[in-house]
Design a protein around this ligand. Structure first.
Ligand SMILES: Nc1ncnc2c1ncn2[C@@H]1O[C@H](COP(=O)(O)OP(=O)(O)OP(=O)(O)O)[C@@H](O)[C@H]1O
Length: 597
């Protein structure tokens, strides 16, 4: 636990030290009045009680209690502020860290599980830390101070009260040991419930349309049942041990009374000392009772902290030796890669993409086209070989540098639940209003945005659900135009569009790829007949490469795919769509119109 706490408090030790100091100070003002209580009792039972002395003690105790109140308020406010500051810092740290780990490490965990680390585990930490750590520290100090007073008064009775400690400690240890597994299971069940709820809400359209409501509900019901059982176990298993520990405290107190009466009878204990023990013995156990409840909570917090530390310790992608490459040609050298251990997806892939050229990636489904583009963008790091941009290994560059070199326009467009304007602005947060409108104009976003109630400031909805597929793609192209990165990755951006939309998207893409190094994943081979280079992938290897005509002559896989597409289903292309890197570095793309024969 100490290691986890240290890790989490890294960067804020001064805050924690101040909080602990305040708690110690607070415990001092809780315990010292008890000492005066002893003096009051002694004075009270003396043969001639001194009234003035008694009033002085009472006045001092009142003063101390007032200070205690002030210190309590200050300690509470400080600890409260510190806890929420720490948890905000922690959440931001987790957010920043998640950005810096590779997609591989990111995807090893269920997204619902990761979200629950950031939200639930940090909430667990702030709730338990804020409410228990302070009182625990205070309790330990108060216990120590009251013990000193008691040992001074009568060491034998104090020792009997202390007898409870090893027993209580043992019972707490057993309780925390027993709750370790249910605690982990409880957190797992909680995450599973969150994930099932998320699945249920996000998939509600499909669940309804496939009439799966009953089935899906039972999955959720199952998760909720598991969660209920896990919650009962987490509280129920340590519960009896904690109750037993409380009973041990009561028993030792009774034992102390019996011994006190015995010592009083044999004349070795005075009345004031006995009364003091009756009052203060109970007070001695108050902090322990707090510890009993809080300690098990603390162990639960430790499980959450362990999960937070585990995420924070996931290695970040390194880089930084190369600040920015001087050119933007791309070279794959003997690249091997697997998403999962033992399942190699790319094998010894080598090729070179000259700067400002157009390269098409083609191949059967699952051949590795998307994987090649993901590796170029350093979403994952290669397992073997290297990828170089401008001659520099991308592993020597900060991932953010690599991202800044690349614009992507993929089939699946992700839009934030924000305005269209802001969604474009993500491409370059420093862009001016004019630059954003210009990008929107060039990507033909303005054509549809004008007609919306708030124009370009209309909201896109969650993941753009208020917009059509074509409109979303135009926004993503505007975003890429605004970013103006030297490398452009296109993933068959027009696959799911109607002909009219497709022509418009092609025009927008034409704007985007001017003077850039372009890599296009093409499923329709007719679009890439004029590419500078076509890489044909099969089973994660470069099976063939060359220009369109040369590949047709070879009569290999490309020629076969071409043949199939030409004959496919009686469709006739009567106007070609072509990506072409012209000698001046521009790419031409025509419109497409299909007629059924
Ligand atoms: N995140 C992932 N985790 C595990 N395996 C993956 C992951 N993404 C892709 N794969 C596997 O890697 C292989 C290559 O996938 P990739 O998406 O690169 O192919 P592709 O050529 O782009 O396919 P498509 O044309 O269907 O999009 C496939 O066998 C796929 O199952």
């Amino acid at each position: 636990m100490i290691r986890n706490l240290r890790y989490i408090f890294k960067g804020a030790p001064a805050l924690v030290r101040k909080s602990m100091l305040l708690e110690w100070f607070h415990s001092l003002f809780v315990a010292v009045p008890t000492g005066f209580l002893l003096l009051v009792v002694r004075e009270f039972f003396s043969p001639a009680p001194d009234q003035q002395r008694l009033w002085t003690y009472v006045a001092i105790m009142t003063g101390l209690l007032l200070v205690q109140l002030l210190v309590s308020v200050r300690t509470f406010t400080f600890t409260n502020n510190m806890t929420y500051t720490l948890s905000t810092v922690l959440r931001m740290k987790l957010g920043r860290h998640l950005q810096k780990i590779s997609m591989g490490a990111f995807k090893q965990r269920d997204p619902g599980d990761l979200a629950s680390v950031v939200l639930q585990d940090v909430a667990n930490f702030e709730l338990i830390f804020g409410h228990t750590v302070g009182s625990l520290v205070s309790a330990v100090f108060a216990f120590a101070i009251v013990s000193v007073f008691l040992f001074i008064t009568d060491w034998r009775l104090a020792l009997i009260l202390w007898l409870a400690l090893p027993l209580v400690w043992l019972l707490v240890k057993v309780a925390t040991f027993l709750m370790q597994r249910p605690g982990v299971q409880h957190i797992e069940a909680r995450n599973a419930t969150g994930a099932r709820f998320l699945e249920y809400v996000t998939g509600i359209r499909h669940i309804k349309s496939y009439g799966m409501t009953g089935d899906r509900f039972s999955t959720l019901q199952q998760a909720l049942d598991d969660f209920r059982r896990a919650s009962i176990r987490t509280e129920g298993i340590p519960g009896p041990f904690i109750l037993l520990a409380a009973a041990v405290l009561e028993a030792c107190f009774l034992l102390m009374i019996l011994a006190g009466v015995h010592f009083f009878a044999d004349g070795s204990l005075s009345v004031p000392a006995l009364v003091a023990f009756l009052i203060m013995g109970y007070r001695l156990y108050e902090p322990i009772k707090i510890v009993l409840v809080d300690y098990t909570l603390l162990r639960y917090m430790n499980i959450s902290m362990g999960r937070i530390v585990e995420v924070l310790e996931t290695p970040e992608q390194q880089g930084g030796r190369v600040v920015k490459p001087t050119a933007c040609d791309i070279r794959f050298e003997n690249v091997d890669f697997c998403y999962l251990p033992g399942q190699q997806v790319l094998h010894d892939v080598s090729f070179h993409i000259p700067e400002k050229s157009l390269t098409a990636l083609v191949g059967p489904s699952g051949s590795g086209k998307t994987t090649v583009t993901s590796l170029m963008a350093r979403f994952w790091d290669v397992d073997g070989g290297s990828i170089k941009i401008g001659g520099a290994d991308i592993r020597d560059m900060e991932p953010s540098v690599v991202y800044s070199l690349i614009s992507e326009v993929f089939q699946e467009v992700y839009l934030f639940d924000d305005t269209i304007y802001n969604n474009i602005r993500y491409g370059n947060p420093q862009a001016t209003y004019e630059q954003i409108i210009d990008a929107a104009d060039r990507a033909l976003v303005m054509e549809f945005a004008w007609e919306m109630p708030d124009g370009i400031h209309s909201r896109a909805g969650e993941n753009g659900n208020r917009l059509s597929g074509g409109q979303k793609q135009r926004i993503s192209i505007a975003r890429a135009l605004l970013k103006d990165a030297p490398i452009v990755l296109l993933d068959e951006a027009t696959a799911s569009l109607d002909p009219e939309n497709e022509v418009q998207i092609q025009q927008a893409i034409q704007q985007l790829v001017k003077e850039k190094t372009v890599i296009v994943i093409a499923h329709k081979l007719s679009t890439i007949v004029r590419a500078d280079q076509i890489l044909v992938l099969k089973d994660g290897r470069v099976h063939e490469s060359g220009r369109h005509a040369a590949l047709l002559e070879r009569k290999g896989l490309y020629a076969k795919l071409w043949d199939i597409q030409q004959r496919a289903g009686g469709w006739k292309l009567n106007k070609e769509v072509v990506y072409e890197q012209a000698s001046g570095g521009s790419v031409a793309a025509g419109g497409i119109k299909r007629d059924m024969n």
